[in-house]
Design a protein around this ligand. Structure first.
Ligand code: LRH
Ligand code: MN
Ligand code: MN
Length: 386
């Protein structure tokens, strides 16, 4: 097993970005259950994100979604984040909410709609310039519901053209993250349905275009750690949107439904020594029935636990067993690490860093939740589930 000091050092370097939309009201397409005390403004979402960082020490940045988080002055918003002890992270573009996008955004057959969508993406790069964000995250709801509805290949051409224009606008230190999703809201054919499509467009674009893996965006049973290993080998894994799913894009807390899968993903990261290589480890979640800030804290802890277990894998013993063809032995090495209770190690790490060993408990005891319930009236919707 790796030595605990090395494990702790590696865990200290792990940064998990939280999404502004996790703090707002959200729900399913059937109902949004409004919660008391949820943020009314982007500034208040950032204040909540800062609480997650305060109690975990591992969530120093918050992703924005535009236009959900539109403000007049993004430089001011970046300053506000800094004053709260966090920074602004990835800018997530939103070209899926307007009526104009009924038949798609950048792949829409109507050039006027495509121009509008590209203009929004370019606006997002302007916002990145103001916030100092490195990453532009693109997710397209584009696709078709019926065979013959539109030309599959033309849509790829339109997509490539739009991506090129946006990629060429990026500054030298900015990156594009292209997220894929199997289905929903388009059902028959999605224009960026899988990692292969995303990867192929990224390769065509250039080195600063990389794939974002949202763990909820695959068919059931997909081996996500294989995708992780492949993209790492190809140098094209840019980011994760972590969340848990039982069925589809459930957006539940990362590591809640399948902590073993999260461990297997993090093991591939550790295996590639890629924990601090610039991959953005982000959460993309909604907390529809549970309290939001503690749910985000719990998710950060889940990612930390999976990572700690991945770091505990005895890589030398694993390699030796693999090369000997010792199937059971190799599997046992991995399972030994997974079955280790890493909570005492993480509690010790937090204590050493001046944090409470129990971040969820500490948050509850802080009284922040009660205070915002008293202060904030009329919380805002997180997303599109009106
Ligand atoms: C799409 C998605 C994408 C969006 C977010 C709100 O399902 O995962 O990342 O930006 O949800
Ligand atoms: Mn996502
Ligand atoms: Mn999603």
């Amino acid at each position: 097993m790796s030595n605990p000091a090395n494990v702790k050092a590696a865990l200290r370097s792990l940064e998990i970005e939280t999404p502004s939309w996790a703090y707002g009201n959200s729900g399913t397409r059937f109902k949004v259950f409004a919660q008391a005390g949820v943020p009314r403004t982007p500034q208040e979402k950032i204040a909540d994100a800062a609480q997650v960082h305060r109690f975990t020490g591992s969530a120093p940045s918050v992703a924005l979604h535009i236009p959900w988080d539109r403000v007049d002055d993004f430089t001011e918003l970046a300053k506000h984040a800094h004053d709260q002890g966090v920074r602004l992270g990835a800018i997530n573009s939103n070209v899926f909410q307007d009526d104009d996008y009924k038949l798609g955004s950048v792949t829409n057959p109507d050039p006027r709609v495509r121009r509008k969508a590209v203009r929004h993406l370019l606006d997002c790069v302007d916002i990145m310039d103001a916030t100092g964000s490195r990453d532009l995250k693109l997710w397209f709801s584009d696709g078709i519901n019926y065979p013959g509805q539109d030309d599959l290949r033309d849509r790829q051409d339109r997509l490539a053209e739009a991506l090129r224009e946006v990629y060429d606008r990026l500054g030298p230190h900015q990156r594009m993250l292209l997220e894929y999703k199997l289905f929903e809201p388009a059902f028959y054919a999605t224009d960026v349905p899988d990692w292969g499509t995303s990867y192929a467009h990224c390769v065509e674009l250039g080195p600063r275009a990389t794939v974002c893996i949202d763990t909820g965006h695959h068919a059931p049973g997909t081996n996500i750690e294989f995708i992780v290993a492949f993209l790492l080998r190809a140098g094209r894994l840019g980011a994760f949107d972590f969340n848990s799913r039982f069925y589809a894009d459930d957006d539940l807390m990362a590591g809640a439904a399948d902590p073993f899968q999260l461990f297997r993903i993090m093991y591939e990261i550790v295996r590639a020594d890629a924990l601090s290589s610039g991959i953005a480890f982000m959460l993309d979640q909604c907390h529809n029935i549970e309290a939001k800030v503690p749910a985000v804290i719990r998710s950060v802890l889940n990612v930390q636990e999976a990572t700690a277990k991945a770091l505990l894998v005895d890589r030398d013993a694993l390699r030796a067993a693999q090369l000997e063809g010792d199937v059971l032995g190799a599997n046992a090495v991995l399972m030994d690490a997974y079955n280790t209770d890493v909570r005492p190690l993480l509690a010790e790490l937090r204590t050493e860093d001046g944090l409470d060993p129990d971040p969820v408990g500490a948050y509850r005891r802080s009284g922040y939740g009660e205070r915002v319930v008293a202060e904030r009236v009329g919380g805002q919707q997180a997303g599109w589930n009106a």
